[in-house]
Every structure is written in structure tokens, then in C-alpha cells.
Design a binder for this molecule. Structure first.
Ligand code: ZN
Length: 253
């Protein structure tokens, strides 16, 4: 007697090899809650959008299938709204904020550049990331599946793209955050919210050319870094819009 798991859409690409088999469906000779069964096949629960029974009834991660039962495991259909409760994710987030694992570390700076509250330290281990995500209600971004399988990680994304700009496009499109982008509102170095500062106040800290060419400045209250609107701004805008156009999801699931 078996439980049959049918993985759909881009979840198939996440399946671990089971002997020579890297395909779906998976026949399991044991039963347990669906979270455990699904994750035993290599797919972290954060990547699952919906689970349905053979009769089309939706079930939660706590559901324990009967022997002989088939479950369909579906990916998320982006954009994923984390502020809305679903059967699989009953604890919605009030605000959108992230915590970034070291294996996608460069993404942290770009998310801050786009205005998103993002925690990151190259020194944090999985325990620290999972605990902080749970305590502060943050979305975990990583390429580490084991981190995403933890119960403490309620919202997360297994980042698929390898280029950091593509990763930014992937995350923004996946969570439907295009309208929430506030470019240059946050310090890429330390996550502080930038404040407008009078030029006279910082005049002595500016290079002569910068002093001559720019009038509007912001300062980070966290690390003291000063920013101004230079030619790099339009370059960053272009890279961002290019990365957003590039992100295409498999919606066939
Ligand atoms: Zn700063």
C-alpha cells in the first residue's frame, strides 16, 4: 500500500533523485503529515502553493493521507500575496520584509536599493536566520533547501536565478512587489531608512566636484553614509526594469 504524490509545475525540477528516478509521481510506502512527505522528496514546504486530494479537496500541511490516496502538490501561482492567509500558510505577514542567506548575499544590497527592509549578515547561520525570520515575520531568501524545510520558516523562497539582478526581478515578481518599490529610500550598506539632509550640513564631507554638481542629498541615520542623485541612478533604474521584464514564471503547473 502506498501514498502517491504527484508533483506539478516547476516543483518537478526540485525533486531529489530517488534511486534512478527523478520524476513524479512518487510512491511512498509510509504515511505522515503532508509537510514531511513532500519535504522527504526534496521540495521545501515554502515552495508549495496548494495540495489537493484525488477528489480535488484542498488540504493543509498537517493532513495525513490514507494509504491508496493520491495527493497533487502544486507550486505557488505568482504573484504570491504574503499578507493574505491561505490554508497552507495561515499566518499572513503584516509588512513585507526579508532576511537573506549568505548564498544569495548580493541580493540583500539590491533589495535595500529597491527600498525593501532586508536583514543580512554573512556571519549568520541557519539557526539564526530561521529564528529571526520567525520572531520578526520575515521572508527567508536562500538557495538552501534544508533551511526552508524548517518549521520556523513560514514564508520563504528558494531563489532560482543566479545573477543578483535577476534574483531581484525574481523576488519582486514572485511576491508581486512592483508597486512597493521605493528606489534609493534605504541604505544598501546597513538597511537604514535614508533622510534628506541640507547641503550646508554636510558640505565639508563632499568632494569638490560632488559639491559643485549636486544639490539634493540623503544621509543614513544608521551608518552616516551620504548619498546623492548621480548618473548611477538612471543606470540602476535601467537594470531594475530589465530584470523585471526578464522574470518569467512557469504558470502551466
Ligand atoms: Zn547605512
Amino acid at each position: 500500500m502506498t501514498v502517491r504524490l504527484e508533483f506539478c509545475g516547476d516543483l518537478v525540477a526540485l525533486l531529489n533523485r530517488n534511486g534512478n528516478n527523478s520524476k513524479t509521481p512518487r510512491l511512498l510506502y509510509r504515511t505522515a503529515c503532508t509537510k514531511d512527505l513532500i519535504e522527504s522528496q526534496g521540495v521545501p514546504h515554502t515552495e508549495v502553493g496548494r495540495i489537493t486530494t484525488g477528489e480535488g479537496r484542498e488540504c493543509s500541511f498537517m493532513y495525513i493521507p490514507r494509504f491508496g490516496e493520491t495527493l497533487h502538490v502544486w507550486p505557488h501561482l505568482p504573484p504570491v500575496d504574503v499578507t493574505r492567509a491561505t490554508l497552507l500558510f495561515p499566518d499572513p505577514l503584516e509588512v513585507i520584509s526579508f532576511i537573506v542567506d549568505v548564498n544569495v548575499g548580493r541580493l540583500a544590497k539590491l533589495l535595500r536599493l529597491a527600498g525593501f527592509d532586508t536583514l543580512y549578515s554573512p556571519d549568520w547561520d541557519d539557526d539564526r536566520i530561521a529564528e529571526t525570520a520567525e520572531a520578526e515575520g520575515r521572508i527567508v531568501l536562500t538557495r538552501d533547501r534544508e533551511l526552508l524545510k524548517r518549521n520556523a520558516v513560514r514564508w520563504g523562497r528558494l531563489v532560482r536565478a543566479s545573477d543578483p539582478w535577476d534574483q531581484l526581478g525574481e523576488v519582486v515578481s514572485f511576491f508581486g512587489l512592483e508597486e512597493r518599490i521605493e528606489l534609493f529610500s534605504r541604505c544598501p550598506k546597513c538597511n537604514g531608512i535614508l533622510e534628506l539632509v541640507e547641503k550646508e550640513e554636510i558640505n565639508d564631507r563632499l568632494e569638490p566636484l560632488t559639491r559643485l554638481m549636486y544639490e539634493t542629498f540623503t544621509r543614513c541615520p544608521g551608518c552616516g553614509q551620504i548619498y546623492w542623485r548621480g548618473s548611477h541612478h538612471s543606470r540602476i533604474r535601467e537594470k531594475l526594469s530589465a530584470s523585471l521584464k526578464k522574470t518569467i514564471f512557469d504558470r502551466k503547473g
